[in-house]
Design a protein. Structure first.
Length: 381
């Protein structure tokens, strides 16, 4: 079978979906089930070792000026190329499919925040997302989700008639996310960033729903008792969700804790792993998620995660994270204080987190996605 993959999320610095695509393709590079793959790129083909497999073909599908934009490229350029290549099944790993693709399509949808929380999206952008996602669910032969919660939201918003299309595949954790048993990560942070004090960590795109201002206010209260503690925020916000980075900087000035908070838009993998292994805890009080990769990567690194009671986070963590409910400034500060002051509680969440992380494997994710594609290929139109 010839499988086409919209792989443009690998271009640049992969975040979120790009990391999902990278890990799935890495697994298929080792074992593609006897299938051939064409990976389609829009601007550049990245230099990644796993792309050099004989059963992988990479194609740069450029478009003239007005068509060289993400969704326009997906809807107008990609369908022509996959038809020319006679692709059997297309995998669209970023929420939407080309609506006029000549072949069956499998779509991966991680959440539908654009549908359930439209106020958090710019008007025209959100309207386009909602329209494309609704039609993608209707037209795709399979819809792969990464949590039962997202499956339920799709059925509630797009109709129970799509239930037979849904397939759940939990995301995995890369092997590089593991505990540090020899203080190497702490030494790295001390030498590269001058960090020797205990710190809490947030990792993720700065969406409003992730409550970074709440983290900052809770942390300010924490510093009244523990003035030597630090907060590290890793993440920025995309152009379409502009404003959160500026709001963060203004809040730090207002709270007068600029000297206690380090903010990085992006960190290289080695540095990010060092921060995840060395933090007192990851603070991730998001009120809406499709899965929560930073949470499980922290747990795999031997760092407890402090989360909200958001359905997906509690589903995926499965009792292995410190849940703050109700989600208030005082309650979040209290949770951070407990992890900082009580090693027995922290050690227990470390143990639970490591046990949970062992059950989340990219090999299983890639196998589930490939099985869904094979199932679609076997369905007669």
């Amino acid at each position: 079978m010839l499988i086409g993959v919209d792989a443009r999320e690998l271009e640049g610095k992969p975040h979120g979906v790009g990391r999902v695509v990278s890990n799935i393709l890495s697994q298929w590079a080792a074992d593609g089930g006897g299938h051939r793959f064409i990976l389609y790129f829009r601007n550049q083909i990245p230099s990644l070792d796993f792309l050099r497999q004989p059963h992988f073909e990479t194609k740069l599908t450029r478009a003239p000026g007005p068509l060289d934009r993400g969704r326009i490229w997906e809807q107008a350029v990609l369908p022509l190329q996959i038809k020319k290549d006679r692709v059997d099944v297309l995998l669209s790993p970023c929420y939407t499919i080309p609506l006029f693709a000549h072949c069956p399509a499998v779509v991966m949808i991680y959440d539908i925040s654009f549908q359930t929380r439209p106020e958090t999206y710019p008007f025209l952008n959100g309207m386009l997302w909602r329209w494309l996602a609704r039609w993608s669910v209707r037209l795709a032969r399979k819809v792969i989700v990464c949590s039962d919660f997202t499956a339920g939201e799709i059925l509630s918003n797009y109709g129970q008639r799509h239930k037979h299309k849904l397939s759940r595949a939990y995301l995995g954790i890369e092997e590089k996310f593991k505990p540090d048993h020899n203080e190497e990560s702490k030494n790295r942070l001390a030498s590269r960033f001058g960090i020797a004090a205990p710190f809490f960590l947030f990792v993720g795109t700065l969406f409003e729903r992730r409550n970074v201002p709440l983290i900052v206010r809770a942390f300010r209260k924490l510093t009244l008792k523990h003035p030597g503690c630090l907060l590290v925020v890793v993440g920025s916000n995309t152009q379409e969700f502009g404003g959160e980075t500026a709001r963060l900087k203004n809040l730090l000035r207002k709270c007068q804790i600029e000297d206690k908070v380090m903010h990085f838009d992006y960190l290289p993998e080695d540095d990010l792993q060092a921060f995840l292994r060395s933090a007192v805890g990851l603070v991730y009080p998001s009120t809406y998620e499709g899965f929560g990769l930073p949470m499980v990567e922290a747990m795999a690194s031997g760092t407890p995660a402090v989360i909200s009671s958001a359905p997906t986070l509690t589903e995926v963590s499965d009792g292995a994270a410190y849940v703050v409910d109700p989600l208030t400034e005082d309650a979040l500060c209290s949770a951070m204080t407990v992890l900082l002051e009580d090693p027995r509680v922290r050690d227990e969440f470390v143990r639970r987190g490591l046990e949970r992380a062992q059950k989340l494997d990219w090999g299983q994710t890639a196998s589930a996605v490939l099985s869904a594609i094979e199932e679609v290929s076997a369905i007669k139109p």
